[in-house]
Write a new protein. Structure first.
Length: 216
């Protein structure tokens, strides 16, 4: 309850948020915070862990009905992952910008984990934005990426026979496209806008050629 109340305040104020502000938002006395956390830094670390953790987004992915059309399933998955990344970036970025360095990310929001989402192998990639804290242990990073990929695989399973590649490879490609899009810099010109989610899904499922069979 305390962390849930603190998250929007941390996103707004970063490490400058006060425990009295958090207590008011949670509807508790300030002393209650210090019975749950030894100091404000420990509370901020808990906020980082909550923001980068995958439990919330995994529940969202699991709630998507497998009876929906494939494109609808992927659109809902893309939106859930976008919201997760946005919250994660806002909270971690606000803390980093205001000088909080103690937190150690435990999910795909840390610099190393963001990179690993680009290829599913847990290595460094091009998605790091430099805002995260210390990198999580490799095992933790790999587990987070694998959990996200497996959740997307579950959404693809009803259409396994329609794919030329395994659902595991399709899921990895989906995550790579999605997180590359989410990390794209602001367009320099009006025509440089990043792919919409619908365009991303269309490319994933159908490629970019009007008639692929006629290409040489």
């Amino acid at each position: 309850m305390i962390v849930a109340a603190a998250l929007p305040l941390v996103a707004e104020y970063g490490a400058a948020v006060t425990t009295s502000q958090i207590a008011r938002a949670a509807g508790i006395g300030e002393g209650t915070i210090f019975r749950a956390f030894k100091d404000k830094d420990e509370l901020l670390d808990a906020c980082v862990a909550e923001a980068v953790g995958t439990d919330h987004v995994l529940r969202g992915l699991a709630s998507i009905s497998l009876d929906e059309p494939l494109t609808a399933r992927l659109a809902e998955a893309a939106e859930a992952l976008r919201a997760h990344m946005e919250r994660m970036g806002t909270v971690v970025g606000a803390l980093h910008a205001s000088g909080h360095r103690r937190g150690r990310g435990t999910g795909p929001g840390s610099r190393e984990a963001k990179g690993s989402l680009s290829d599913g192998r847990g290595g460094k990639g091009s998605l790091s934005d430099g805002r995260g804290g210390d990198a999580p242990p490799p095992d933790s990073r790999t587990q987070s990426v694998t959990a996200l990929r497996n959740a997307v695989v579950e959404l693809l399973e009803p259409d396994r026979a329609a794919f030329r590649l395994s659902p595991e490879k399709v899921a990895a490609a989906f995550l790579a496209l999605l997180f590359t899009r989410l990390q794209a810099p602001a367009p320099a010109q009006e025509g440089d806008a990043p792919l919409s989610l619908d365009e991303l899904i269309a490319i994933l499922l159908h490629g970019t050629l009007n008639a692929p069979e006629s290409a040489s």
